[in-house]
Write a protein that binds this ligand. Structure first.
Ligand SMILES: Cc1ncc(COP(=O)(O)O)c(C=O)c1O
Length: 403
């Protein structure tokens, strides 16, 4: 018997893509290579001592909560605590509005699963987070672009007609590091109310601001707008996603969704069929970390480290990259975006860079259009300042050879 597997695959397999970035990352882990490529947080900042202490404690003293099967919507004390914190940040939430998920990547997939039909259209920033494109693509959808500039997505020119939702990354966007201005945020929320637009706000980096004043999230602005329009009590049009991946550790696979109860119900149903519930041990550990009040200090350490590294990268770019190129000046998060002269193709540049022991992520995979050939994403988060400098110096030499 021989099985022809190609005849057996579901149609949706055709819609799935592997991440070009993951493939690049595989080659960017060689010892000695300076990787400005990965979207990984600095592992040296993981609060290992505290996590180990809590893990020991909860496995010993709370085995039912940390090791037994749990509820699909999440560990109730963690949901309650997050509801409190979200409310304090202007996103009114009760426990019933909070679903714990196994990473925002899962949140995006589950939201896609309950909201998207084949041939639906999703509005996305151009460029946008590749993982979201991958998730949504698996549901057979089309994309419509919202272009970006230094103030974030160009809200005035966004066309929401017949779009299922707008996937928005307003704060320290992956890949560009750009933050949407307050004026645009307000304009977006106005338009979303006027035109019944659903927004999925992905905010994994919001707490990692190392410069400038914090801006209200879209979810918080939507709740203010609802009050001013006398619409309180109606479900919000913004679903908010955040994660512990960049504040605690991504290996915990722990994140949450804040959504109207109308959305929570099908979301839980979809999650049940996917993984029953998020890792209980991770949930109890994170809950204890928050309950003991350790998160603010942890976030302060991360911010300070990333601030210094972002500064090192900006200075190195000014010194070593050709004059006149565009680069973003992120005020938080992990990423910085570079646009080289149009004749340079960063995909073609990458093998040469890897040969010179430096890696970056070419920008074109983040676009839903054929744009961005001359762009690249750099991370400053997981590289020491002296290596950032050396990495940018090497990149500068390669780029200058191609000009
Ligand atoms: C914008 C954005 N959303 C979601 C994710 C996935 O995060 P998580 O580890 O919570 O799945 C990432 C990870 O880099 C990201 O940059």
């Amino acid at each position: 018997m021989t099985i022809d597997w190609n005849q057996r695959y579901a149609q949706r397999l055709e819609w799935m893509t592997t991440s070009a970035i993951r493939d690049i990352l595989k080659c960017a882990q060689a010892p000695g290579l300076i990787s400005l490529a990965g979207g990984w947080p600095e592992a040296e900042l993981f609060p290992t001592r505290q996590l180990a202490e809590i893990a020991q404690d909860v496995i010993t003293n709370m085995p039912r909560e940390s090791l037994q099967y749990g509820l699909t919507d999440g560990f109730p004390p963690l949901r309650a605590l997050l509801a409190e914190q979200m409310s304090a940040q202007g996103i009114p939430a009760e426990m019933g509005n909070i679903i714990i998920t196994s990473g925002t990547q899962q949140s995006l997939d589950l939201l896609g699963r309950i909201l998207l039909d084949e041939d639906d259209t999703v509005l996305v920033e151009n460029p946008t987070f590749l993982g979201a494109l991958q998730s949504f693509k698996a549901y057979g959808v089309a994309f419509r672009a919202v272009n970006m500039d230094d103030d974030g997505a160009d809200v005035a020119r966004l066309d929401p007609t017949d779009c299922k939702y707008y996937y928005a990354l307003p704060t320290f966007q992956n890949p560009t590091g750009v933050t949407m201005s307050l004026a645009r945020r307000k304009q977006l929320i106005q338009r979303s109310f006027d035109q019944d637009l659903v927004i999925i706000e992905d905010d994994p980096y919001g707490s990692l601001r190392f410069e400038g004043d914090p801006l209200p999230t879209l979810a918080a602005l939507a709740s203010q707008e609802a009050v001013s329009r006398g619409l309180t009590g109606k479900p919000s049009n913004v679903v908010y996603c955040s994660s512990f991946s960049k504040t605690l550790a991504p290996g915990l696979r722990l994140s949450w969704v804040v959504c109207p109860k109308e959305v929570a119900e099908p979301l839980v149903m979809a999650k049940q069929g996917t993984d029953l519930h998020t890792n209980a041990l991770s949930q109890v550990i994170a809950y204890e970390f928050l309950r003991r009040g350790w998160l603010p200090e942890q976030i302060a350490r991360i911010r300070e480290t990333y601030r210094v590294r972002r500064q090192a990268m900006l200075e190195a770019i000014e010194e070593y990259l050709p004059q006149g190129i565009y680069f973003s000046r992120p005020q938080g998060g992990l990423f910085l975006w570079v646009e080289l002269p149009p004749e340079i193709d960063t995909v073609a540049l990458l093998p040469e860079a890897v040969e010179q022991q430096v890696a970056f992520v070419p920008g074109s995979p983040f676009y839903i259009t054929a744009d961005g050939k001359n762009t690249m994403r750099l991370t400053f988060a997981s590289v020491r300042p002296e290596l950032i400098r050396e990495g940018i110096r090497r990149l500068g030499e390669i780029i200058k050879r191609h000009l």
